[in-house]
Design a protein around this ligand. Structure first.
Ligand SMILES: Cc1cc2nc3c(=O)[nH]c(=O)nc-3n(C[C@H](O)[C@H](O)[C@H](O)COP(=O)(O)OP(=O)(O)OC[C@H]3O[C@@H](n4cnc5c(N)ncnc54)[C@H](O)[C@@H]3O)c2cc1C
Ligand code: SF4
Ligand code: SF4
Length: 1007
């Protein structure tokens, strides 16, 4: 056995040391305050500024980082998506983000059912790759669309299907890792029983190390040998078995999994082959740095599924029923409590998902069966129903299948949404949110749990994984107060004692991190905790890997994101933030990382991250920096911040986050607020002024449309003009119509053209068509077609005023003072004439939706009530048509019976503030028109964003993610529909195809 050499002196790294390191790395290295702030938090309650952030490009980079940490007093915090809930990736060392460069699927063997990946592969993306082969990697966290395999191994993650697939540990076959001395090691099932004998390892080859007879490094040998020595004594094994959570608890992430190791050979003769992977899963980056991970795969689950949604009068009944249900091999048994059911009654989105709820249940247990045939699903459900009735449990037993199951799962997930959306300083805090006990103990445990909370005047929502003995329970606490900080600790302590009483696991899935480490000695006793400290010392003698997690953690109520006595300063803002301040709105981001989804997961949020895969381009990054700056800046105007300006730069104001972020963080609104406040200090840049005053400038240009079009219709002149404004030279510019829409309207109203149409039209309901600035100056033909179409359909079309501006361009450039004037004027003009009988209908979604989205929070105080009324009656063209179709005032008879296929790309603001369903419905009016949604997010143009010289490349990259390839694939006869003027422009610039507004499509379909 090698004797460790005397530890060399480790010096505090100097600036020069960091610079030398940065220069030596192939990848990126940051020490600026913005980047360090971005990585100071994860999805937990913790916050600590790291010394630096590295985004390594190669294993060689990782080795250099390890050498640096060994030479200096610093540490490395491995990080992938950063969605940990217990502070696993928060620390003072160097955060090493492998989510950007270590993203390859390296090797796959369908026959042997395994895959080898780098740590930065997203779990859902791995399964998309595996699906065609009929395989999957089973464990599924709620964060599966962004959580990465490295993080899943680190936290030993699992999900609602854990009753079938267990946790990540059970699927971890081999890993390749860098050890604390920088050597590479492969951990794999070990065939030799005598593997721990000194010297044996020198001559062995690990399957992952290829051929050639490499010797194992000294540290690797020491790890084997010292672990052997540590765990061999019989009394040690007895103590581990006595102290660890009950074996029946499948979700267990308490400390290092020593109990799993001693179940292997040679400690348990006849046990599984020894494999350090069992220890590495759940070790939270504290033992080694993973570079390759080999996972076992399962066949895809049986095709047929059904959800038996049993209604109970109380939670207690449901938890007793859960025990019976689990005997029938369901694939999940999930709880929805009374509180969630109550809240969803008032929620427009969720109301439609409650269709199956009968009476006023105290709890519903959603029991999922997956079987090979529908009959087998029914039989399984019937058997549970019989058993529950015999036990006098449950009063209603609907079995739901097909599309209904999605609605039920959406309702089940509402719990998290409810908790994420609290507007003030009180937050649903992750502290005891994933304790797990034996399902037999769950009823009694939850009774006592609730008594503890009640004693502290707290309440919690109960939901999730009853089938695994783990309910998600988050008390609502204000961590900005001393009392909140105290409650945070006291609740953790008391629940830890309760979990121990039931021999449960303090963490079922989220891990210990720095949240629960302090209580591990309580959970496993001082002796076993001492063994865990030894494990850490053996693997990582200098403490360079993610120190302060699992063992030797700082007190759990220190280094929190919110600190006792911290004030939430008030700001004078341009927008209103109902029930909260602008800072509290930014604080609503809890770091869940949904904004790190990729284009493969679908959705819009967040296009900039999808294009760059940089943490700094997430909504989370923007919220993090804004929160920090508004909380800590010493500037007279705290919005006067170059840091915020930098992170906002790639925000497209697409509003994806407003809808898709579970906390509804509205970054477009925050960006506009920031920009106006920043302009107040620094003035308005020329390009922003030009873009924000589009309507005014277009009004001037229309006086000389010929000259305008001569310049922008001529490539060299356009390129010159673009350069002067700050637009990209390759970007084409929309041309001015010879006559504005309102001019045409006036002319035709007075003249014959429109009169003819009016005479033949059967006058029926009336509407005001919003002649927005884009329709008025650029898309005049669409405006005309809208008038003809609507009149043909029997509507009396009116135009409220000449040259109306929505304020959208001003909003997008943060010219809120101007936008407010526009909004006030519009509300004053329209409040008397727009009603539910005579709505305001808009052609350009981004323009009409300002009435619904921004105006109520922007207009002068005396206009708020009117703005809110107006918001309800301001409809997109598609919403209006769908509404009239439902009211049977429009029929299919007016349209062609020709067969056409339409591919619809929805506008981001439609998706965020309205929905694409009306568009689909409206375009399906012609009997044989089939409408399919393009699964695109943002097109990348986003108003003027895609024109801007420095944003052009990102804009086109976003277009290339889904939209452009989808459009290019379509045959010439397929109609591409895009309601947004920018989207149509982007589609044209990116693919050469002409996309049509739904107005045009329906107009052309008239018979
Ligand atoms: C809303 C919400 C719901 C959640 N639901 C679930 C759930 O259902 N089930 C569940 O299990 N978890 C859940 N989590 C927690 C979290 O999402 C999971 O643990 C997830 O697997 C973490 O993945 P990540 O990529 O974000 O990892 P990170 O947070 O980036 O890292 C996790 C750990 O892995 C370590 N690590 C990462 N890469 C490496 C590497 N290359 N080498 C060594 N160590 C490494 C890190 O140091 C860290 O300790 C939830 C979190 C949130 C916010
Ligand atoms: S912005 Fe929303 S989605 Fe992104 S991390 Fe914050 S809360 Fe989650
Ligand atoms: S508005 Fe769009 S680009 Fe900006 S943060 Fe939200 S999702 Fe991302």
């Amino acid at each position: 056995m090698d004797t460790p050499a005397a530890a060399p002196l480790r010096l505090i790294p100097t600036d020069a040391d960091f610079e030398t390191l940065a220069a030596a790395l192939e990848g990126e290295f940051y020490r600026d305050s913005t980047t360090r702030t971005l990585y100071a938090t994860d999805a937990s309650a913790y916050r600590e500024q790291p010394q630096a952030v590295a985004v390594p490009r190669s294993v060689d980079d990782l080795k250099k980082l390890i050498a640096f940490a060994n030479q200096h007093q610093t540490s490395l915090i491995p990080r992938t998506a950063g969605t940990s809930l217990a502070g696993q990736v928060v620390g003072s060392g160097i955060v090493v983000d492998v989510s950007k460069q270590f993203t390859k699927i390296l090797e796959f063997n369908a026959d042997e059912r395994w895959v080898r990946v780098q740590p930065g592969v997203v779990r859902d993306e791995l399964n998309l790759f595996l699906k065609p082969y009929g395989l999957l990697f089973g464990p599924e966290t709620s964060t599966a669309n962004r959580a990465m395999i490295g993080g899943m191994v680190g936290n030993n993650s699992c999900g609602s299907n854990s009753v079938v697939y267990g946790s990540t540990r059970e699927h971890l076959l081999d890993v390749k890792a860098l050890l604390a001395d920088g050597s590479e090691a492969c951990f794999t099932p070990h065939p030799l029983k005598g593997a721990f004998l000194p010297g044996m390892l020198r001559i062995e080859k690990s399957p992952l190390q290829g051929v050639g007879g490499e010797t194992h490094g000294a540290l690797e040998q020491r790890i084997y040998q010292e672990t052997h020595a540590l765990l061999s004594p019989a009394e040690t094994q007895v103590e581990i078995r006595r102290q660890f959570p009950k074996k029946s608890i499948e979700r267990r992430n308490t400390g290092y999994a020593l109990d799993e190791l001693i179940d292997c050979e040679p400690f348990t003769p006849g046990g599984a082959a020894f494999n350090f992977c069992k220890l590495i899963a759940g070790s939270e980056g504290t033992l080694c740095f993973l570079t390759e991970i080999k996972l076992h795969l399962d066949p895809l689950p049986p095709e047929h599924s059904g959800l038996l949604c049993v209604h109970f009068h109380t939670i207690d009944e449901s938890l007793r029923a859960n025990v019976i249900a689990m005997r029938h091999r369901p694939s999940a048994s999930e709880l929805i409590d009374h509180y969630i059911l109550e809240c969803t009654k008032e929620n427009i989105e969720q109301r439609k998902n409650r269709f199956f709820v009968q009476g006023d249940p105290g709890a519903i247990l959603v029991i999922e069966f997956r079987r090979d045939t529908p009959e087998a699903v029914q039989a399984a459900a019937a058997a549970v129903e019989t058993d529950l009735k015999a036990a006098n449990l449950g009063y209603h037993f609907p079995l739901l299948t097909g599309e209904d199951t999605t609605k039920i799962w959406t309702l089940r997930k509402a719990g998290l949404g409810l908790l994420s959306n609290l507007p003030g300083d009180e937050k649903a805090v992750a502290v005891i949110e994933d304790t797990a006990v034996d399902i037999e103990d769950l009823p009694a445990y939850i009774r006592e749990f609730n008594e503890i909370l009640a004693k502290h005047g707290l309440n919690a929502v109960h939901y999730a994984h009853a089938g695994s003995g783990e309910l998600h329970l988050r008390p609502i606490i204000n961590l900005k107060t001393a009392e909140g900080n105290r409650q945070f600790r006291v609740i953790a302590e008391e629940i830890a004692r309760l979990v121990k009483k039931y021999d449960g696991s303090l963490s079922g899935e989220h891990g210990d991190g720095r949240l629960r480490g302090e209580f591990i000695p309580w959970m496993v006793g001082e002796t076993v905790y001492g063994l865990m400290q030894d494990v850490k010392r053996i693997w990582d003698p200098n403490g360079i890997f993610n120190p302060g997690k699992i063992v030797d953690t700082p007190p759990m109520n220190e280094f929190l994101r919110y600190t006792p006595g911290q004030q939430t300063p008030e700001f004078k803002t341009y927008f209103r933030y109902p029930d909260q301040t602008v800072l509290q709105h930014a604080e609503q981001c809890n770091g869940s990382g949904d904004c790190r989804k990729t284009q493969l997961s679908g959705g819009t949020m967040c296009p900039s991250f999808m294009a760059t895969r940089d943490e700094k381009d997430t909504t989370r990054a923007r919220a993090n920096i804004l929160r920090e700056v508004l909380t800590r800046s010493e500037q007279p105007n705290r919005f006067d911040s170059e840091e915020v300006k930098a992170v906002m730069d790639l925000c497209l104001s697409c509003k994806g986050c407003k809808n898709e972020c579970p906390s509804n963080v509205d970054m477009a609104k925050l960006k506009a607020e920031f920009l106006q406040q920043y302009h107040d200090v620094h003035g308005i840049p020329f390009r922003s002024w030009v873009t924000g005053h589009f309507t005014r400038l277009a009004g001037w240009a229309r006086m000389v449309p010929g000259s305008y079009n001569f310049i922008f219709g001529n490539k060299p002149l356009r390129q010159l003009a673009n350069r002067i404004i700050g637009y990209h030279p390759d970007r084409t510019m929309p041309l001015m119509a010879p006559k504005t829409f309102t001019r045409w309207w006036k002319d035709t109203s007075l003249g014959l053209e429109r009169q003819v149409v009016r005479d033949v039209a059967v006058r029926r309901p009336a509407l005001y068509l919003f002649a927005d600035e884009f329709t008025n100056f650029l898309d005049v033909e669409i405006g005309k077609k809208a008038v003809f179409l609507l009149e043909k359909l029997g509507y009396d079309v009116m135009i409220p005023a000449d040259n109306l501006d929505s304020g959208r361009a001003a909003l997008s450039k943060g010219l809120l003072k101007d936008a407010k004037k526009v909004a006030d004027a519009n509300v004053r003009l329209l409040r008397g004439i727009i009603t539910d009988q005579v709505p305001l209908v808009g052609i350009e979604p981004s323009a009409i939706l300002t009435f619904r989205d921004e105006y109520p929070d922007l207009v002068s105080d005396d206009l708020v009530a009117d703005a809110k009324k107006l918001a309800i009656n301001a409809l997109t063209f598609e919403e209006f048509i769908a509404r009239e179709l439902d009211a049977k005032r429009i029929t299919k008879a007016a349209f062609t019976t020709e067969k056409r296929l339409i591919k619809l790309h929805g506008h981001c603001q439609q998706k965020a503030v309205s929905s694409l369903i009306p568009g689909k419905k409206a375009l399906s009016l012609p009997e044989n028109y089939e409408v399919q949604l393009i699964p695109s997010g943002c097109c990348g143009m986003a108003g003027s964003f895609g024109y801007e010289v420095e944003h052009y490349d990102v804009s086109m990259k976003i277009g290339e993610l889904v939209l452009f390839p989808a459009v290019r694939q379509q045959a010439a006869e397929v109609i591409i529909a895009a309601p947004g003027t920018s989207c149509r422009h982007q589609i044209h610039d990116g693919t050469g195809r002409v996309a049509k507004h739904p107005v045009e499509i329906l107009y052309e379909a008239l018979v």
